[in-house]
Ligand binder design. Structure first.
Ligand SMILES: NCc1[nH]cc(CCC(=O)O)c1CC(=O)O
Length: 322
């Protein structure tokens, strides 16, 4: 008589930031995986990242890549957690050795949203009165909006989504710009006053999607994660991230994108803008989805030849000096 003793499958430990948005996203991932693999155990571990702690310095000045991801990455490399759930747009385009972008989940609307103070309820971004104070902490949003609406006043705003909405409602701002996806995921889609079209604001690379980072050699986790991968979003994200990586690689730069899928054709539009909104380089490349990364690289090269690199170099120098 022989019997095989099989050890129970390992518990999978999911790492997350502690912000409300991060937790909603992480519990969603946990739930999807639990549904796909009812016999496995998935546990959530939370960590504070540098980005959650430094709230009083403009993001552009910190300039450090991986502000929202570093602690989670250390946790993965030290085997304390098995994978981390990130807003894809917060995940740097170059990851530490031993870690990779495992999968990308289905994207929400990637656009930016205008949220207004109640006294402006009849207004849109193009009808806000001159001097109206618009809150954003993103150079990308700032540069594009200054370009289109030089009569508005822009002011830095930090803190998590809830804090920002409170600052708006208290009268500190006339309007603020936030990601549609974040508001929707937190059940606050009703605060979206206007979804900004791509002609006004190209969104951040990866915006609206979740990126799951894991150890490169963890084939078991990688195969579990495949269950929640969304291939069309992944192809768009690969093109967008290759574009950003080829241009600069960081997070706090005025670089925006838009992607459109049509069958197996993928069209990537990118913008690089100076912070004052005066200089703009914008172009488009179309290619096949299975060549997504090369579409991003090609667009970066095309735009570099039109002056994108000089715009980015000037911003980098200015931030270093300040
Ligand atoms: N950097 C902050 C951040 N990271 C992800 C989101 C929103 C959700 C997303 O874009 O996936 C936000 C807030 C915002 O930009 O309004």
């Amino acid at each position: 008589m022989s019997s095989t003793v099989s050890s129970p499958p390992r518990t999978i430990r999911i790492g997350s930031r502690k912000s409300q948005l991060a937790l909603v996203q992480t519990y969603w991932v946990q739930e999807q995986l639990q549904k796909a693999f009812p016999d496995r155990t998935f546990e959530v571990y939370t960590m504070s990242t540098q980005g959650d702690k430094i709230l009083d310095v403009a993001l552009a000045k910190i300039g450090d890549k991986g502000l929202f991801t570093k602690e989670l990455e250390v946790g993965m490399l030290q085997q304390e957690i098995d994978f981390a759930v990130h807003s894809l747009k917060d995940l740097p385009t170059n990851l530490p050795n031993g870690l990779m972008l495992g999968v990308v989940t289905e994207r929400e609307n990637p656009a930016d949203a205008l949220v207004v103070h109640e006294k402006h309820s009849g207004k849109q971004i193009d009808t806000l009165p001159p001097g109206a104070i618009v809150g954003t902490s993103s150079l990308r949003r700032l540069a594009q909006l200054r370009h289109h609406f030089p009569h508005l006043t822009f002011k830095d705003i930090r803190g998590n989504l809830i804090t920002r909405l409170e600052k708006l409602d208290s009268g500190e701002f006339d309007a603020i710009i936030l990601a549609v996806a974040g508001l929707q995921r937190l059940g606050m889609g009703d605060r979206i006053h206007q979804v900004l079209p791509p002609e006004i604001s190209l969104h951040a690379v990866g915006q609206g999607a979740l990126g799951i980072e894991c150890r490169t050699d963890d084939t078991e986790v990688l195969s579990l994660l495949k269950a929640i991968e969304h291939v069309p979003t992944r192809d768009r994200a690969l093109a967008e991230r290759a574009f950003l990586r080829a241009l600069e690689g960081g997070c706090q730069v005025p670089i925006g994108v838009n992607t459109v899928l049509d069958g197996d054709n993928l069209t990537l539009t990118g913008i690089v803008a100076s912070v004052d909104g005066q200089q703009i380089v914008k172009d488009t490349v179309t290619g096949k989805t299975d060549d997504a990364e090369n579409i991003g690289i090609e667009l970066a090269e095309k735009m570099r030849s039109q002056g994108a690199q000089e715009i980015l170099a000037a911003i980098f120098e200015a931030v270093q000096r300040s």
